[in-house]
Each structure stands twice: as C-alpha cells, then as structure tokens.
Design a binder for this molecule. Structure first.
Ligand SMILES: [Zn+2]
Length: 410
C-alpha cells in the first residue's frame, strides 16, 4: 500500500504538470473566435458587427475598382454557422471572410457604391454579449470618394495589427542533388478569403480543389516517378502571381491548376482543360478566364501596390515552346480523363488565364466539373470518383513525360 502511494505520487505530479501545461498552451495558442456577424442598415450608414472572444487589433481600408472595404484582423477561428452568415444590406452587396496569410484573417465587403469609413471601434463585453468590433461605412459620391482624406480611407487600432502578406511557403524543399525526376506543381485554385464558386448545397470550390490536389499529389508520389509541390496545402489565400512564383522556385516542369466551374444553366456539366491563349477559343472560355483572374480582387488584394500581375512576356520564345507543350499535355489529359469521366463539349479550350502565364513551365488549368449541376456536384463530392479522376490525370502526366523527354530546363 505504502509502496503504491510512493510510486503514484510522482506520477500524479507529472500528470498535474502536464495538465497545467496543456491549459497554458491552449490559452497561449488558441485563436480568438468570431461567433456572430451582423449587418445593419441605418439612414446614414451601414454597420458591420463581429462578435469576438477577444478585443482584436484591426486595420480597415477601402479599395476602388470595384469598391470594397477590407478588414484585416489577427488569425481567427470562424464559428459562425453557414446559415447565419448575413446577406448584403445597405451599401454592402456581399461579404467574404477567411485566412489571408498566416497570422492574418480578412473580411472583404463588396460595396454597391463608393463609401467612406465613418467610424471603427471595439465594444467591451456587456449584457451577455462578448467583445464587438463595429465598422460603420457611409455611402458617398465618386467625387467625395476621390477627394477623401486618408483617415476616411484607412483606419487602424491604437495597437497596430501585424499584417502578414500572402507569401510563398518557405517549406518548398529544394530538389535533392541527383534527383532527376520531373517536378509537378499542383495549384489548388482559390483559398482563404477567396472561396471561388459555391454549390447550392454549400460545397466550396477552394475546398474541393484542395482535396483533389492532395489526392493527385498522393498518387503521383506513390508512383515514385515525380517530385510534387503544392502551391498551397491549406485554406489560405494565395495571389495569382505567387502561384507562378512558387512554380518557378520549385523548378516545376509542369503546372496544373485545379478548379471547379459554375454555370447559369444548371444542365451544363463535364470536365474541361484550358491552356493559355490571348485569343479565347469562345466567349464561355473568355468569361471563365475573366472570372478566375479576379481572384486577387475578390480577396481584397491591393493590386495598385503591385507591378503588373504577370509580366508581359508572351512573345518570348520560351513561352511559345512551353505553350506547345501545355497544349500537348492537355490533349493527353482529355484522352485519359475521357475514359473515366464526362467531358464538356470541346473539352480543350484556350483563354488568357493569369496563372498560366509562366514563360518556361508548360501550364494547364483544369475545371474538374460544374458545381452548378446537381448530378456532377454529387459525383465531385464522392471520394471514389475523386480517386478515379485523379488517377486518370496522374496517368496522363505519366504518359506526357514518357513522350516528352525535353522537360529538364533547369
Ligand atoms: Zn476557380
């Protein structure tokens, strides 16, 4: 008996210390949480309220073309139920939120017209309500927007928010010396504050693209024939330019961007693959490229701070070659995928997609199917179908590199 208690005591102490450490770690690393989002319409302003578990530091600013309010916050957990996310009201047309960069969450409000920041403040907990961040914006004329002083266009908390910029992941491991395998860069479309398309049942393109990308990576790696790099491996925003930059840093030999499409007509369905051309093959492809190229705008990414999104190097000889190779790969993809999945009419199309503008890496953008079609949406959710579709794509990658031994440009 005595021996038991002698033995137990140190163990109890260890357990106690572990429990305290777990609590402390949880406290230290738990992200603040947003549980409620409200939009209120007032005669002179539109009010956005976020209910948070902590008083946040913030940065709020306005962007023109199109008019948007961007609210940057520390990285947050969003626990607002899907059916409690408010629709646009007042001057606010629509609202999005999500991870912008590691450490920074972002809310983007699309505006129906120009507006200015009226006030931004945080209310302390009261009457059972937690901390509340209140952002008031007031509609103004275009002239008033253009003449507005800086403090009506951008407001920050007293304690400055450390705003992280979307960055190329530092963990793209360099290719090992002597590794002669081709590098495949898989680019899951959208992410974080840019959700992409959404189906009626709430299936979101950014999540679907990531699931398919991970499955393709798994299969390619299992073959042992390829080195595989993902442009993003979690739900975070990534600028279009950075997707290409990652492909270059990784010394990619093939770039595959994965997306899911949407159409007004719910009947439209099928798999399609796009390669770069300044002349779109049809109006549909052109509209799609316009939509996909807007990802940075959707995420409230301030393009005025950037030089050109993608440098204009289209006439470069190297690009002409990589474009031919991209076209060749697209043909192989259609051949393989056509055996396991339904194809869109004219499944290989051309348009000016920003992510395909790498001068040296053969690039394709794949729309795996339509979220707007009920049957296809259901199929896209199915892990069995995902496996089958990605194994067809992996096979096409395999045969492309068998036919094309000139990949090694680096
Ligand atoms: Zn997309």
């Amino acid at each position: 008996m005595k021996l038991w208690s002698m033995k137990l005591r140190p163990m109890k102490i260890v357990v106690l210390i572990l429990a305290v450490m777990a609590l402390w770690l949880n406290e230290a690393y738990a992200k603040p949480n947003v549980s409620v989002i409200r939009i209120g319409e007032h005669p002179d302003k539109t009010r956005l309220v976020l209910e948070l578990s902590e008083a946040p530091n913030y940065r709020v600013f306005l962007l023109p073309n199109p008019y948007r309010v961007v609210i940057d916050l520390p990285e947050l957990d969003w626990t607002v139920p899907e059916n409690r996310i408010p629709d646009g009201r007042g001057v606010i047309e629509a609202l999005r939120f999500g991870l912008f960069a590691a450490g920074t969450s972002r809310v983007v409000l699309d505006l129906k017209q120009p507006a200015l920041v009226k006030s931004v403040f945080v209310l302390p907990p009261k009457d059972g309500r937690p901390h509340r961040l209140v952002v008031d914006v007031e509609p103004v004329s275009v002239a008033a927007f253009n003449a507005a002083p800086q403090d009506r266009l951008a407001v920050s908390s007293k304690q400055p928010l450390r705003v992280a910029q979307p960055a190329i992941p530092a963990d793209v491991a360099p290719k090992a010396a002597g590794d002669a395998r081709p590098t495949i860069v898989i680019d899951p479309g959208h992410g974080g504050v840019d959700p992409g398309s959404t189906s009626v049942t709430g299936l979101v393109e950014k999540k679907l693209a990531l699931d398919y990308a991970k499955e393709l990576k798994r299969q390619l790696e299992a073959s042992g024939r390829f080195r595989v790099v993902l442009t993003r491996d979690r739900d975070v925003f990534l600028a279009l330019r950075d997707r290409i930059e990652i492909a270059h840093q990784a010394k990619g030999n093939l770039f595959v961007s994965l997306h899911a499409n949407n159409h007004k007509s719910r009947k439209i369905k099928g798999f399609s693959v796009y390669t770069l051309s300044e002349k779109s093959s049809d109006a549909e492809a052109r509209n799609l490229a316009t939509k996909e190229n807007k990802a940075d705008i959707i995420a409230g990414f301030d393009l005025s701070e950037q030089t050109e999104v993608v440098r204009d190097i289209l006439i470069d000889l190297a690009q002409r070659e990589s474009k031919n190779q991209g076209n060749q790969f697209a043909t192989t993809v259609i051949d393989e995928v056509g055996q396991v999945a339904g194809l869109l009419g004219n499944p290989h199309r051309y348009a000016g997609f920003a992510v395909l503008k790498s001068p040296t890496i053969p690039s394709v953008l794949i729309e795996i199917g339509y979220l707007s079609n009920k049957t296809e949406e259901k199929r896209l959710r199915d892990p069995g179908y995902r496996k089958k579709l990605m194994s067809a794509l992996a096979r096409s990658i395999g045969s492309y590199f068998e036919e094309n031994q000139t990949f090694n440009r680096y």
